[in-house]
Design a protein around this ligand. Structure first.
Ligand code: ADP
Ligand code: GLC
Length: 494
């Protein structure tokens, strides 16, 4: 049996407890894959309203944990629950900070006290570990919400013998969220003013919690090999490329995996009929049922049905779709979109959809069961992102025989191989320039392929056979944990 490391795994969302996007899927499934490889993993996240109302069985394990926050000391409880794989999950409770309708922002914008909220989480995670004697070899934290943790280990708690062996790995799931706050809020974080400089957590005169994670962690990962390269360039670096280049010797791209216990049409509990590569009748039933559920014209049964499930965010390329919607629908296709987020994007897509009743089904909501029904019921799946660190929906779509049409960027480019009708190889359709016409051209190509039954059968089957389970990527994380723990550099990359 491999050496077992104790991993303290901190994220701001973890499925099935709290989710707004793919971070939750990763934080909900990677720990189980690590456990299978012999790691001793414990997970921590805030006790949000969403968790409270989720019907999970929880018990209190610590009362009145004292967490300094600026000139105050907040007291909060820590609860414990367990995942299906038997992994302990610690929930940091503070109702004034986390008992809210959304995790980070309302449709109108971010909560104004996000610095306080996630400083609390980061500091509580460290203090709880010590107080509960939760000894760990390595802390693996994710995105800006936990970016202060590596900084704390290298500064405030450096001399504390309890943490002397603790290394840190920081995973960037999305460089677009940098956790930026005004400099005068530095005392909230509790870090000495001497850390506020460009080699520390300063980003052009502001505090950046993402930068803190990048600068202070022992190793940094991101969620696809391609994105790990892209973010070191000015085009995709969103101002952080210089910082990332500085740390490039410690930056690794490890592709996300899919949790096929949750995302597999053969056993999906949310879909009206199950199916698998040899038994595709269920997919036709899923399509008919989706057409009915979304109030689309029944005649669309025989036409290609396009699906999209997305956070409504600048990142996701919905503006491209809005611009070409009329031309797409002129191809005699149906479209189903499920999304939640930015109110302006919501209005734009709503206005476009209203012009095509019976052909566009739009649901503004966060709805996990409906996401599964769209994945199963659609023929094609759209992911036209501006940038995409990894992307999980296109990976799930492959498994559901729902052919992805994606922009060739980040993890989308790493996971989707363009279909070549001559060789019969490939799993989807890809376009490069961020332009409406480039997306339209690929949709046209996909529609044409759909009407050529045997070619379509091939691209569908190729995708369903592709395997993106966690095993290989989880092994890469374990290798990295071991290297970081020993203080060496890792030889296997990407
Ligand atoms: P991101 O993390 O950038 O949002 P990913 O493709 O990695 O993108 O992951 C998105 C995850 O969130 C998928 O599990 C997807 O099904 C889910 N999702 C996104 N929007 C919705 C929604 N409106 N309702 C239900 N699930 C959603
Ligand atoms: C982020 C990214 C997405 C990635 C997910 C999980 O939210 O936008 O591309 O798949 O995190 O790593």
């Amino acid at each position: 049996m491999a050496e077992s490391l104790r991993i303290w795994f901190l994220a701001s969302e973890v499925a099935p407890f709290a989710k707004t996007g793919g971070l939750a899927d990763v934080a909900g499934s990677l720990p189980g894959a690590l456990k299978k490889l012999g790691m001793d993993v414990r997970v921590g996240l805030p006790y949000y309203r969403m968790v409270k109302e989720g019907g999970f069985s929880v018990r209190k394990v610590l009362e009145g944990l004292e967490v300094p926050l600026g000139d105050r000391v907040l007291r909060g409880n820590v609860l414990e629950t367990t995942t299906e794989e038997g992994i302990p999950v610690y929930l940091f409770a503070r109702d004034d900070l986390f008992d809210r309708p959304y995790l980070y922002s309302t449709p109108k914008g971010d909560y104004p006290d996000n610095l306080e909220r996630f400083t609390y989480l980061s500091r509580a995670a460290i203090l709880f570990a010590k107080q509960a004697g939760l000894d760990f070899d390595l802390i693996h934290c994710h995105d800006w919400q936990t970016g202060l943790i590596p900084a704390y280990l290298k500064t405030l708690y450096r001399a504390d013998s309890f943490f002397s062996r603790a290394a840190s790995v920081f995973t960037i799931h999305n460089l677009g969220y940098q956790g930026l706050f005004p400099q005068d809020k530095l005392p909230i974080c509790g870090l000495p003013a001497s850390e506020f400089h460009p080699e520390g957590l300063e980003y052009w005169g502001q505090i950046s919690l993402l930068k803190a994670g990048i600068m202070y962690a022992d190793a940094i990962t991101t969620v696809s090999p391609r994105y790990s390269q892209e973010i070191q360039t000015p085009e995709f670096g969103l101002g952080m490329d210089g910082t990332l280049r500085k740390r490039s010797a410690d930056l690794y791209g490890i592709l996300n995996g899919a949790d096929y216990h949750v995302w597999d049409p053969a056993r999906d509990v949310h879909v009206p009929a199950n199916y698998s590569p040899g038994k595709m009748a269920g997919k036709r039933r899923c399509k008919e049922s989706l057409i009915q559920e979304m109030g689309l014209e029944p005649s669309l049964r025989k036409s290609p049905l396009l699906g999209m499930i997305s956070r409504l965010d600048f990142q996701k390329g919905l503006d491209l779709l809005v611009q070409i919607l009329d031309e797409v629908l002129a191809l005699d296709v149906g479209l189903v979109v499920l999304g939640s987020g930015d109110e302006r994007i919501q209005k734009a897509i709503q206005a476009a959809a209203e012009r095509h009743p019976g052909h566009v089904g739009l649901e503004i909501d966060f709805n996990e069961p409906l996401a599964h029904r769209i994945m199963a019921g659609a023929d094609m799946f759209l992911v036209p992102s501006r940038y995409e660190p990894c992307g999980l929906t296109q990976i799930y779509a492959l498994k559901y025989g729902t052919v992805p049409i994606v922009r060739a960027t980040g993890g989308l480019d790493d996971t989707i191989q363009a279909f070549d009708p001559k060789s019969g190889k490939g799993t989807g359709f890809k376009f490069v320039p961020y332009e409406p016409k480039a997306l339209l051209d690929q949709i046209k190509k996909a529609v044409k392929t759909y009407h050529n039954g045997s070619a379509w059968g091939k691209v569908v089957k190729n995708g369903m056979k592709a395997d993106f389970s966690w095993d290989e990527s989880a092994r890469k994380y374990v290798l990295l944990y071991k290297k970081v723990k020993k203080g060496n550099k890792m030889e296997t990359r990407g």
